[in-house]
Design a protein around this ligand. Structure first.
Ligand SMILES: Nc1nc2c(ncn2[C@@H]2O[C@H](COP(=O)(O)OP(=O)(O)OP(=O)(O)O)[C@@H](O)[C@H]2O)c(=O)[nH]1
Ligand SMILES: [Mg+2]
Length: 457
């Protein structure tokens, strides 16, 4: 049935809820002849057809295969254009069993639908002008948000905040073009707007820099915050890791070199998803497996947003250990919190780590102080996140090109303005902006964006 219908109007079907346990699942169908397709495999006790029913209504129905009931379901009928995709849409709420879901999707396909591709529902919403590309990207961010900050940002974006920002930049560019063309037109009448043009262009550049500023840190905490416990063997890293998580996740023994691999565990902390990483103790080792563990520990130190530099408070550091800690301090100072362990035992002074928090995993001493220090570090990381928008790589790259174009323009007009050339360059910048908002997005860029989505969205 789909054969002679344009790709973006064909009836598509997919499960829109995640696979896994739960009472109910939703299967969504969308396309120009969706209602006719659905009428072929959904039956109502009243013998009515969806075609006869009002839009935006919910109905009890059964779905059968060769007279055998697959499931009793609720069917939501939504006629376009007042739907997410803008097209006729039928949503089937069925019992959440993978065999039922598969059988219903199979019925839909038998009667003329095809399986949806990644993000195809959202792509249609964009093609039908229900949302713009920036809002579509925000939907994807929303689904995958790992913390409340990302959630708020993506909700704001969904609301069109970033699209409006792009709109404002567009207006400013158009204003510049108008001023430039007017200056060119009336060049003999000395109606010059040079000062205004220069000012506007400079402001534009600043606006872009402002939005781009927090991109790196946003990227960094997109996946949650990583906190690695790093230190020499037997320092008490695994004990501290377990104490912070409040469970016996890592093996603890008095044998030096107990932890051989990096071990991760995640917790929610103050609206953020935090991953603690226990690592192998650092020392010179001939053992190949241990050496690999140590390499991983060093990689973790590099990757982490926060490093807990852990040292045994009851031992004087050896020359080799002093070297290891100095090296780590030198390399990662800003993200380090230094911690000494075993404060329940008599301590030895540690000159290197003089600002360290003395903890005891055994007696749970000062763990609250350490947690506070962690929260302060997280707060510092997120304080820099004040940009109103959450940029993805595509948006960041396009903005970078735009910024570069404006830089070149500003450079060119420093001494003298060639209005014809200026208008031309401004129009190029405008094109770049259209790619960002999706107004003139290429098919390849569009496909790349929706590849990131899950099926059913
Ligand atoms: N008294 C006391 N002993 C502790 C404390 N924390 C750790 N220990 C002991 O120190 C030894 C080493 O602890 P681990 O937590 O395995 O140390 P680690 O740094 O993970 O060691 P590796 O994995 O070998 O690098 C064990 O015998 C622990 O019981 C503490 O707070 N107090
Ligand atoms: Mg360990």
């Amino acid at each position: 049935m789909n054969t002679f219908i344009a790709q973006d109007e064909q009836t598509i079907v997919a499960q829109s809820t995640p696979s896994g346990t739960g009472a109910l699942a939703i299967i969504r169908l969308s396309g120009n002849i969706t209602i006719a397709v659905a009428d072929k495999f959904i039956s109502f006790a009243s013998k009515k057809k969806l075609t006869d029913l009002d839009s935006h209504t919910v109905h009890y129905a059964t779905i059968c295969k060769n007279d055998t009931i697959i499931d009793h379901v609720m069917v939501t009928l939504l006629r376009g254009p007042k739907t997410f995709t803008g097209q006729d849409t039928v949503e089937i709420t069925c019992h959440n069993n993978p065999f039922i879901i598969e059988a219903i999707i199979e019925q839909a396909i038998t009667h003329g639908a095809r399986l949806a591709q990644e993000g195809e529902f959202t792509k249609r919403a964009v093609l039908n002008g229900k949302i713009d590309i920036v809002q579509a990207e925000a939907i994807n961010e929303l689904i995958h948000a790992q913390n409340k900050y990302m959630l708020q940002q993506s909700l704001a974006q969904l609301d069109g905040g970033f699209s409006r920002w792009i709109g404002d930049i567009e207006k400013d560019l158009l204003h510049c073009i108008a001023l430039s063309e007017a200056s060119f037109e009336f060049i003999d009448e000395e109606m010059e707007f040079d000062k205004q043009i220069r000012q506007l262009l400079e402001q534009l550049q600043l606006k872009i820099i402002e939005v781009q500023k927090t991109f790196d840190i946003q990227q960094q905490i997109r996946e949650g915050i990583r906190i690695a416990l790093i230190g020499t063997v037997n320092a008490g890293k695994s004990s501290l890791f377990n104490a912070l998580l409040n469970k016996n996740r890592s093996i603890v023994t008095n044998i030096a070199g107990t932890t051989r691999d990096s071990i991760e565990a995640g917790v929610y902390r103050k609206n953020f998803y935090v991953t603690f990483v226990d690592t192998a103790g650092l020392r010179k080792s001939e053992d190949t497996i241990e050496q690999e563990g140590i390499n991983r520990a060093l990689q973790e130190a590099h990757k982490a947003d926060i490093v807990l530099l852990v040292a045994d408070g009851t031992q004087k550091l050896s020359g080799q250990e002093t070297e290891i800690y100095s090296q780590l301090l030198k390399q990662y100072e800003p993200k380090i919190i230094s911690v000494t362990t075993k404060s329940d035992l008599p301590s030895k002074s540690l000159l290197l780590l003089n600002n360290s928090i003395a903890t005891s995993s055994k007696n749970k001493t000062n763990l609250d102080v350490l947690e506070q220090a962690i929260d302060n570090k997280i707060a510092k990381l997120t304080a820099t996140l004040e940009s109103p928008f959450l940029l993805n790589k595509r948006q960041f790259n396009l903005l970078s090109v735009l910024k570069k174009q404006l830089e070149t323009i500003n450079e060119n007009i420093k001494q003298h303005i060639d209005y014809e050339l200026l208008s031309l360059h401004l129009k190029e910048a405008l094109e770049q902006l259209s790619e960002l908002s999706g107004k003139t997005i290429t098919k390849d860029s569009m496909d790349a964006i929706f590849k990131e989505f899950c099926i059913g969205k």
